[in-house]
Design a protein around this ligand. Structure first.
Ligand code: IPT
Length: 955
């Protein structure tokens, strides 16, 4: 005998999008109709399965007094009930669509509310209950009556509830299931976080209220006129006072306007007035077309300097408040970002209001990803199974209808990593039919059958260049489409490297319309055990570790060096020049705005110190224009010194997103080069019983090891080739051939030994010969340390000769040593932040200072970090170190081995010794954690090398 008692829960595994909800429509806040936020504390009960408890809790009079409480919006797993799970693309349950596990955490939510005093009489109009986001499936009751169930986590669902409302003691019951058929459509690379994580609102709907409306606001760049037409389900009038517009809905009006662009986000305030309510409008006039194979807005091709933004807060998960959203937008604007792909779901609607207001191009992406089906060659992929098509179309409609009135949204995206199939085609057809004023994107449509943009992720530079030159293959249709990288520059840990090289390509080929860095923020979860937790930290049986921490900002939104680098690489003004001829070339790289918002300043540095500065008058160039501007006469300087010009572009006045003097762009050009440090060897080594002295230094007589320089003790001075591998060194596991982080470890470069071959005492030099090599291998580095002194200063020349068959580059090449007491660091060289060979655009040569602690970049998973580039000299722990040539400087309170072993920030415990690395070379960073490794020009080849340092004690 077989029977099922639980037909009431069949909706959970039903492929349909749900039942009972109202048709999707534009999201807006009425000016006059009342609304009641139901956010706040709710009663909460967690069950292990969908039907462990019956639905009697939804009935009026149910006593939930002994239930827990959770905050809505929120995720129960971040509020002490169960735990989060992180997988990249693996489904954390058996793949058997649309079935989900019996173990299906189910959260019953209960809230009792009264209508506010000023709520209209129940006989007047109706009411709508709106859920802006619930993961992943919900069933809803009001006052004991079931009103529906829905899936589509990051999409709004509304229910008509006017007939059920009462003045007091309304009982709203929501049963939320973590897993549902919808989970198969929501396999984005992120934490699985069930809960009511966006707002819940009760909206009064007066008689004659607006329902849905579509603002069509185009811009004709030839005439300078905008045409406005608001189509509305309910007739009314549209007014825009600043434009003297007062027209009926459905009626078009054309007037001169200022256009909306991400650079010039001009919005006109207006109203849609129906008989029953007034709805505020923020209208931006702009026209998006595909023309001449290019994405054009208002007649001009745009270049996306974008980021992929997931919604993230280290404590609230995907339940973001307005201030956090604004912080994202402000940080983006202040770092020259002009575009956002809302990976991989429509964001909270307020985020799009901010994009309209501050100016960001948006690719609005649907809540759809079925990536886990790749594990079975895409068999049973829902997007190629007609039974799922209604759910896909429902998702497309909920996105488009909700967000269609945002000028910032210029492209709709069908979703991410969902393979291919007829369901996607159906979505694209529906979207094209509903909104011809925007383009459609989907990266998985490699032939661009359904899409208007050729989009790829993580394509290597070489291929991108070929695409730019039109030398790629592909369908006839694709060959005529513009190209974007919807994901590139994988910002996991240290990096990404190589983004300047991408930007050069984007700027050189018009078909390449830019890209979107993966990704904006690390999804680390604040955790007292670890600082920030990542995959595996909650005991998940399947997880993808710290692959969830791959953002340009840390979980608390502190910019990482990657963001600072990106800001420089995408700066809207190029400032280049040749310091010796005294001119600077300024180019306006924007697509729409002139330079009138910027003020320019020059300064002149002698040995890194600014000795004169002034303002530079630069004409307000139109987009694309350049001008050569004469710099003033260089200040008279008779010293033998290194000199340079620095020219900076600053905000001329406060703007919506930045203060006056906020730095937007800069350039620097050397005038005279640095003289190399010289030490004339006058002293010779003197051999004592235990120590050899040479000038200010003492060495171990037996080993030749440096012991002291003046009064400063030096520990463990020797060659160093190892760095705590970065995520980009390690590479992604599917990239098998050249993952140097793995190859280095296999070769044993993290455990090289130093064999002493000779300590030679000459007339003018102490020479120590060694061979540095790992066990079990023939390769080695013959390393000679040659010490000389002029009595005052100590010079070291290191010569390195590779022996054997080196098939890999070196992680780093330099010396390291420990200092007993060090805290403050001063240097003349690149700064203020870290830099590596292919992530050094933002490194500005100057005089900098820091504490040792502040030199560290606190990557969520600790790894190599904090190197300063082009260092001429540095002072630390009583020593001054000059380089010949310039060197990479780093210092930390733990060894590179300890850094390498650490898994979380909290594993790094400061010791008494400060370990200093002076590197002649560093290997590039690349973005191989999901993309190309460093380009060949950034390799640190195992090749003969010689470099010197001059040490002196600071008096
Ligand atoms: C790509 C995904 O689109 C994105 O969500 C994220 O997982 C990223 O990779 C890596 O962090 S998909 C990958 C197979 C290229």
């Amino acid at each position: 005998m077989s029977f099922r008692t639980t037909t009431a829960v069949d909706y959970v595994e039903d492929v349909s999008p749900g039942a009972g909800a109202l048709p999707p429509r534009a999201w807006y806040a009425s000016s006059d109709a009342k609304s009641l936020s139901l956010n706040g504390s709710w009663r909460f009960r967690l069950s292990a399965t969908v039907d462990a408890e019956d639905d009697s809790f939804a009935a009026e009079g149910y006593d939930a007094g002994d239930w827990a409480e959770v905050t809505v919006p929120g995720h129960w797993v971040l509020q002490g009930h169960g735990s989060p799970i992180y997988t990249n693309h693996l489904y954390p349950f058996p793949v058997d669509p649309p079935r989900v596990p019996t173990e299906n955490p189910t959260g019953d939510h209960l809230r009792v509310f009264d209508l506010p005093e000023d709520w209209p009489a129940l006989s007047e109009g109706g009411a709508v209950l709106r859920f802006d986001g619930v993961e992943s499936c919900a069933r809803v009751w009001l006052n004991g009556t079931e009103i529906g169930e829905f899936k589509g986590s990051r999409l709004p669902h509304e229910f008509a509830v006017g007939h059920l409302l009462q003045t007091v003691d309304n009982v709203l019951a929501v049963r939320v299931h973590q897993w549902s058929a919808g989970s198969y459509l929501e396999d984005q690379d992120q934490w699985w976080l069930p809960g009511i994580f966006r707002d819940v609102t009760l909206l009064h709907r007066p008689a004659g209220a607006a329902l849905d409306f579509f603002v069509h606001a185009s811009y004709d760049h030839v005439t300078g006129e905008g045409t406005l037409r608001v189509d509305s389900d309910v007739d009314g009038r549209v007014t825009v006072p600043a434009l003297d517009i007062d027209v009926a809905t459905g009626e078009a009006v054309t007037v001169p306007v200022l256009p909306w662009t991400a650079e010039t986000p001009k919005l006109y305030d207006g109203f849609l007035a129906t008989e029953g309510e007034r709805v505020p409008l923020r209208i931006g006039f702009r026209t998006v077309v595909l023309e001449d194979g290019l994405i054009k807005v208002n007649g001009r091709a745009v270049l996306f300097k974008g980021v992929n933004r997931h919604e993230w807060h280290p404590e609230q998960g995907r339940a973001l408040d307005l201030e956090t959203m604004r912080e994202d937008v402000l940080l983006m604007k202040r770092h020259n970002v002009n575009a956002v792909r809302t990976s991989h779901y429509p964001p909270h609607p307020a985020f799009l209001d901010l994009c309209d207001e501050y100016g960001l191009w948006v690719i609005d992406e649907c809540d759809l990803e079925t990536h886990g089906f790749v594990e079975q060659d895409w068999r049973d992929n829902p997007v190629d199974d007609d039974r799922w098509t209604p759910a896909l179309l429902d998702r497309a409609a909920r996105m488009v209808e909700r967000d269609k009135n945002h000028p910032s949204v210029v492209i709709w995206s069908l979703g991410n990593e969902a393979g291919t199939g007829r369901g996607l085609t159906a979505m694209a057809e529906w979207i094209h039919g509903r909104d011809a004023s925007r383009l459609v994107h989907y990266e998985g449509d490699i032939d661009c059958r359904d899409t208007d943009v050729y989009s790829r992720m993580y394509a290597f530079h070489e291929e991108v260049e070929r695409i730019g030159r039109g030398l790629d293959g592909g369908t006839h249709k694709r060959r005529r489409l513009p190209f974007i990288l919807c994901e590139y520059g994988h910002a996991m840990g240290n990096g990404p490297g190589g983004i300047a090289d991408y930007q050069r390509l984007f700027e050189a080929h018009e078909r390449l319309q830019g890209g979107f860095i993966w990704e904006w923020i690390d999804h680390g979860i604040k955790d007292p055990r670890y600082g920030y937790a990542y995959g595996g930290d909650f005991g998940e049986e399947l997880h993808d570790g710290n692959f969830v921490c791959d953002g340009l900002v840390f979980p608390d939104r502190t910019p990482s060096p990657g963001l600072v680098e990106f800001k420089k690489v995408i700066e809207p003004v190029a400032i280049t020049g040749d310091g010796t001829d005294g001119t600077v070339r300024v180019t306006n790289k924007q697509d729409f705005a002139d330079l009138s918002a910027l003020a320019f300043e020059w300064s002149y540095q002698v040995d890194g110190e600014t000795i004169e500065a002034g303002s530079l008058s630069v004409p307000s160039l139109a987009p694309g224009e350049s001008v050569d501007v004469k710099l003033p006469e260089p200040p008279a300087d008779t010293r033998r010194a290194e000199t340079r010009w620095t020219v900076r572009a600053l905000l001329a006045a406060d703007t919506a997103w930045g203060r006056k003097d906020h730095e937007v762009a800069w350039g620097e050009f050397p005038v005279t080069a640095r003289p190399s440090p010289t030490v004339v060897p006058t002293d010779g080594p003197v051999v004592g019983e235990r120590l050899i002295t040479l000038g200010p230094a003492a060495f171990d007589t037996r080993t030749g090891a440096l012991r002291t320089i003046g009064g400063v003790s030096v520990e463990g001075f020797r060659l160093d080739v190892w760095r705590a591998t970065t995520d980009n060194d390690e590479g992604a596991e599917w990239q098998s051939d050249t993952r140097y982080g793995v190859l280095w470890r296999t070769l044993g470069l993290h455990r090289v030994r130093h064999r002493l071959d000779a300590v030679e005492v000459g007339d003018a030099a102490l020479t120590v010969r060694t061979r540095v090599a790992p066990a079990a291998r023939e390769v080695g580095l013959a390393t000679v340390y040659r010490w000389t002194s002029d009595g005052d200063r100590l010079k070291l020349t290191v010569s390195v000769t590779p022996e054997g068959d080196w098939t890999v580059p070196l992680p780093r090449l330099g010396v390291r040593f420990g200092l007993a007491e060090a805290d403050q660091v001063k240097w003349f060289g690149g700064g203020p932040g870290e830099a590596y060979p292919d992530s050094r655009a933002a490194s500005m040569v100057g005089r900098w200072q820091s504490t040792v602690d502040d030199l560290q970049t606190p990557y969520v998973r600790p790894q190599e970090n904090g190197a300063r580039a082009d260092v001429r000299w540095a002072e630390i722990g009583g020593l001054r170190i000059e380089g010949d040539p310039e060197f990479w400087f780093s210092a930390r309170r733990w060894t590179n081995e300890q850094l390498d072993a650490a898994r979380h920030r909290t594993d790094l415990v400061p010791g008494d010794t400060v370990w200093v690395n002076l590197d002649h070379g560093q290997h590039g960073i690349g973005s191989q954690s999901c993309g190309p490794g460093p380009l060949p020009q950034y390799f640190l080849k195992a090749a003969p090398a010689e470099f010197s340092f001059v040490f002196s004690e600071i008096g």
